[in-house]
Ligand binder design. Structure first.
Ligand SMILES: Nc1ncnc2c1ncn2[C@@H]1O[C@H](COP(=O)(O)OP(=O)(O)O)[C@@H](O)[C@H]1O
Ligand SMILES: [Mg+2]
Length: 211
């Protein structure tokens, strides 16, 4: 029988236990479902005005069963022929440990593999897009709830990187990308966790009012 999140979760389930269970769920998805998810999420994203009006969107490359954003990025590059829409990818910050930088990403970007075995653009200062220059940041996540709380892989990279821009009046829209099986009733949150403005899954587009 397929496991679901109510079977893995009680009120006191720790973040460590939740991460493990939710990562297992998404890694168990068959390849056909992963492919379907990638195209469904692409289509859902392309229906959002926040996306079609953006000029810089931070994406990510799939790891550990995450929804694959490559079909979405290809669609952005086609749109980019007509408008100025740039995609970027996160890079582990070479100086500020635990933080991310975002670098412009195109089909021609030279890549390298980082310490987590994830491909990232080779660092070139001219390709850096400052975090606050993005209109949208698409964030991978391990778990989410109906209030827009986000559980990541446990490194806190997005929390640290986004903490410094929280006080800005105009800041990027944070959109969590997930499989439906990553939703839980209520995540245990910590004061440093940065919640998202919206969640997009293959079947849902949730948005949350935040100041
Ligand atoms: N703004 C921040 N400044 C310093 N440390 C942070 C910040 N945000 C998160 N961290 C640290 O990162 C670690 C992982 O954060 P956590 O929220 O559990 O990971 P994730 O968001 O990847 O699920 C925690 O130990 C936390 O103390
Ligand atoms: Mg966090």
């Amino acid at each position: 029988m397929k496991r679901n999140t109510s079977q893995i979760m009680s009120k006191k389930t720790s973040r460590v236990t939740l991460r493990k269970a939710l990562r297992a769920l998404r890694n168990e998805l068959p390849e056909s479902e992963q492919q379907h998810a990638a195209f469904a999420v692409r289509d859902n994203l392309l229906s959002l005005p926040d996306i079609t009006n953006a000029s810089s969107i931070a994406c990510y490359l799939p790891n550990d069963g995450e929804v694959d954003l490559r079909p979405f990025m290809h669609a952005c590059w086609k749109l980019n022929n007509a408008s100025a829409l740039h995609t970027s990818l996160p890079v582990l910050h070479p100086v500020c440990k635990g933080h991310l930088l975002f670098l412009r990403y195109t089909e021609k970007t030279p890549m390298r593999v980082n310490k987590y075995n994830i491909e990232e653009p080779i660092l070139a200062c001219s390709d850096v897009i400052p975090t606050f220059h993005h209109q949208v940041i698409l964030m991978p996540l391990v778990g989410f709830d109906a209030s827009g709380n986000r559980l990541g892989m446990g490194g806190g990279y997005y929390d640290r990187t986004l903490a410094s821009i929280q006080a800005q009046i105009i800041k990027p829209k944070l959109i969590g990308i997930a499989h439906d099986c990553q939703q839980v009733d209520q995540l245990p949150v910590q004061h440093w966790d940065i919640p998202v403005n919206a969640i997009v899954t293959p079947t849902q587009q949730l948005s949350f009012n935040r100041t």
